[in-house]
Design a protein around this ligand. Structure first.
Ligand SMILES: Cc1cc2nc3c(=O)[nH]c(=O)nc-3n(C[C@H](O)[C@H](O)[C@H](O)COP(=O)(O)O)c2cc1C
Length: 311
């Protein structure tokens, strides 16, 4: 009997839907047992979010500040063959519950010497967050052998509007009836069973662990945009500066920092709608003019553990 542990944190249930589909092939297999664990922050984050709360989560997301997590129902003595770890991205970083969980002593014990497959469901910028997650997994002695990243494939500016509306209303619907549906498309959610099939093939020895990511990517060709991945590198540095600026006025629960949080909100909207389109054009042109760099980056981001030495 092979044992799989699925750990995740999802507010809307979108990521859980994806994980349910990924796990369908295992449920039909008598040789595999699945244990589910939803990460439980002691004080959970709001959903739907109020505007101030949404932007107030930036500093702690970016800094990876751990919040208290209740992991009492996790059995660290169980010898799992595989951990599937599902997470969402907040401010180009793993969501606060994700980072908080990975930093617990229980998670460190659980991940030691384990093979891990990560599953990301986000808007469209996940490469920086993923680097943090694989580092935390590796610090615990775990090894990331596969990564499934699903994002919203609509235009970048449109998805900013639709996802924000979804987050503050709590309902996944077409904003004003004219915008497309927010988040990962239903087609991609339903299709995610194929990733479970790839994982099953690996568990049954039909494909090697080394070939798993290639098999996943065959069914996930547009898992990221290179120009957005390059923008992330600059954006995360700027978020860090803003995080330090806001944190000088207090921690997460402090109302004294709210003015700075609101200034950050306006800054972010201006950057996204005014600067980002030009930045995307700039990076797309660089990639067009430099196919060697493009190939190198594709290879790097296609690797589940971002193994830079392979590039
Ligand atoms: C506070 C906050 C910040 C977010 N920042 C990002 C981001 O930087 N990049 C991204 O691709 N998605 C971002 N998202 C979208 C989430 O990754 C995710 O798609 C959405 O929250 C739904 O996840 P759920 O399964 O937890 O409901 C953000 C969401 C929230 C709530």
């Amino acid at each position: 009997m092979k044992k799989i542990l699925v750990i995740y944190y999802s507010q809307s249930g979108q990521l859980k839907q994806i994980l349910d589909n990924i796990c369908l092939p295992f449920e039909k297999n008598q040789e595999i047992s699945i244990t589910w664990h939803k990460i439980k922050p002691v004080n959970d984050f709001p959903f739907p979010w109020k505007a101030d709360e949404f932007f107030n989560a930036m500093p702690e997301s970016v800094k990876g500040t751990p919040f208290e997590i209740d992991s009492t129902d996790l059995n660290t003595d169980e010898n799992y063959d595989l951990i599937i770890f599902g997470y969402a991205v907040w401010y180009l970083s793993p969501s606060i519950p994700t980072t908080s969980f990975l930093k617990t002593e229980i998670a460190k014990k659980l991940f030691a010497n384990k093979k891990v497959i990560t599953v990301i469901a986000c808007r469209n910028m996940w490469t920086n967050a993923h680097k943090t997650v694989i580092n935390l997994i590796s610090e615990s002695g775990g090894k990331t052998i596969g990564n499934v990243a699903l994002s919203d494939k609509t235009n970048n500016l449109v998805s900013v509007i639709t996802i924000y509306q979804w987050m503050v209303k709590g309902i996944k619907e077409k904003y004003m009836n004219i915008f497309p549906m927010p988040g990962v498309s239903d087609a991609d959610i339903n299709k995610s069973i194929v990733f479970g099939k790839s994982i099953l093939k690996m568990m049954l020895g039909e494909i090697s662990e080394q070939n798993l990511q290639q098999d996943i990517l065959k069914n996930n060709k547009e898992s990221f945009s290179l120009s957005l991945a390059l923008i992330e590198k600059t954006a995360i540095r700027i978020f860090n500066i803003w995080a330090n600026f806001i944190l000088k006025k207090g921690d997460y629960n402090s109302t004294t920092r709210l003015t700075r949080v609101r200034i950050f909100k306006y800054y972010l909207f201006i950057v996204i709608f005014v600067v980002l389109p030009f930045a995307q054009l700039f990076f797309s042109s660089i990639l067009l003019l430099n196919p060697v760099l493009k190939r190198k980056l594709i290879k790097r981001f296609a690797s589940p553990d971002f193994n830079y030495s392979q590039t």
